[in-house]
Design a protein. Structure first.
Ligand code: NAD
Ligand code: UDP
Length: 339
């Protein structure tokens, strides 16, 4: 298929572009580089030997989005583009609603006008809200979220479900758990701008000397070691999940289907930190700090549906995730070069 990847220069998008090319698909990217650097595309091209056309514009620009679909042959869309920082979304809700919903409206409208009927969407485990039983199952209702970011995901899932039912689209809603890791080559990885919000990139920056120490947000949760447990998933496994979902769309009997993409087990903050120390080969500095507002004690994915229907499951271990993150971070201490 010829696949348009929105947000294809970002962390998960770039790894998925690579996997799509390796699976024999033809890829084009749209990204406004608001949270990524153009130099990532050169890394993708050197790993694959393929040329990836990049359209650099903001998807909320309806005219440009329409023109893209009018001038390019597109068989399917994987939609990653969006803003994703939970804390920032509380401070700037309108920016989050405008960007995340606006990009989806423009994209899906253009798809409709140009008869493109296959869509894979980046959703998140955040849509399960605060009360879903663990492990999280795709059929759980009602979806909810505790931040404007999370609510954009709930809303986009709803919009896409309604449009799929009305207009004959096939939509896979992929609910990611905690994506971490980097490409095994060490040439591609997560490159957060500013101070990392998430655990793994923060530990990686401590290890490389960019941050003094990790603050562990709470050690008095009702878990085995008192720190929160999450379901970490290697970004290469996640990328493979997108290829599997894309290739499954035509066989779907319903217009829209949600799939959890996770590993199916919980790992605590301390366990992840210790695994990273093993990858680096020495101890790293940390302190126990207060709880972070809004954090749930523990959750992970029910992975049965993705295994049965997509034939996909995560294969990489926590040690693989840490080793690959460290290979990337130590070889690229400042992330991707500007340019
Ligand atoms: P990212 O910020 O690295 O990638 C998103 C890309 O989209 C960036 O390259 C950015 O420049 C681009 N972009 C943003 N708004 C755009 C717009 N209006 N027009 C064109 N391009 C635009 O993020 P990521 O971690 O790769 O996440 C990708 C998707 O997965 C996002 O939708 C995110 O919400 C979702 N997600 C991420 C996580 C995670 O932990 N990383 C978890 C669950 C869901
Ligand atoms: N965390 C932490 N210190 C940090 C960042 C995160 O202790 O600097 C904890 C956080 O409280 C949560 C876990 O690590 O329990 C994963 O957080 P992250 O932000 O990566 O993902 P989230 O849980 O928000 O999906």
């Amino acid at each position: 298929m010829r696949v348009l990847v929105s947000g294809g220069a970002g962390y998960i998008g770039s790894h998925t572009v690579l996997s799509l090319i390796e699976a024999g698909h033809d890829v084009l990217v749209v990204d406004d580089f608001s949270n990524s650097k153009p130099t990532v595309m050169a890394r993708v091209e050197s790993l694959t030997g393929a040329h990836v056309p990049v359209h650099a514009f903001d998807l909320t620009d309806v005219d440009k989005t329409e023109r893209l679909f009018a001038t390019e042959q597109i068989d399917a869309v994987i939609h990653f583009a969006g803003l994703k920082a939970v804390g920032e979304s509380v401070a700037k809700p309108l920016e989050y609603y405008a960007n995340n919903l606006g990009s989806t409206f423009a994209l899906v409208n253009a798809m409709r006008h140009h008869d493109v009927r296959r869509l894979v969407f980046s959703s998140s485990a955040t849509v399960y809200g605060d009360n879903a039983p663990v492990p999280y199952h795709e059929d759980y209702q009602p979806l909810s979220a505790s931040s404007p970011y999370g609510r954009t995901k709930v809303m986009q899932e709803q919009v896409l479900s309604d449009v799929a039912a009305a207009d004959g689209l096939k939509v896979a809603l992929l609910r990611y758990f905690n994506p971490v890791g980097a490409h095994r080559s060490g040439t591609m990885g997560e490159d957060p701008q500013g101070i990392p919000n998430n655990l793994m990139p923060f530990i990686a920056q401590v290890a490389v000397g960019r941050r003094e120490k990790l603050a562990i947000f709470g050690d008095d949760y009702p878990t085995a070691d008192g720190t929160c447990e999450r379901d970490y998933i290697h970004v290469e496994d996640l990328a493979a999940g997108h290829v599997a979902a894309l290739e499954h769309l035509d066989a779907m009997t319903e217009p829209v289907r949600a799939f959890n993409l996770g590993g199916g087990t919980g790992t605590s903050v301390l366990e992840l930190f210790r695994a990273f120390e093993r990858a680096v080969g020495h101890e790293l500095p940390y302190e126990i700090a207060g709880r972070r507002a809004g954090d749930l004690p523990a959750y992970w994915a029910d992975t049965a549906r993705a295994a049965e229907e997509l034939g996909w499951r995560a294969t990489r271990t926590i040690d693989d995730m840490c080793a690959d993150t460290w290979r990337w971070q130590s070889a690229n201490p400042q992330g991707y070069p500007e340019g």
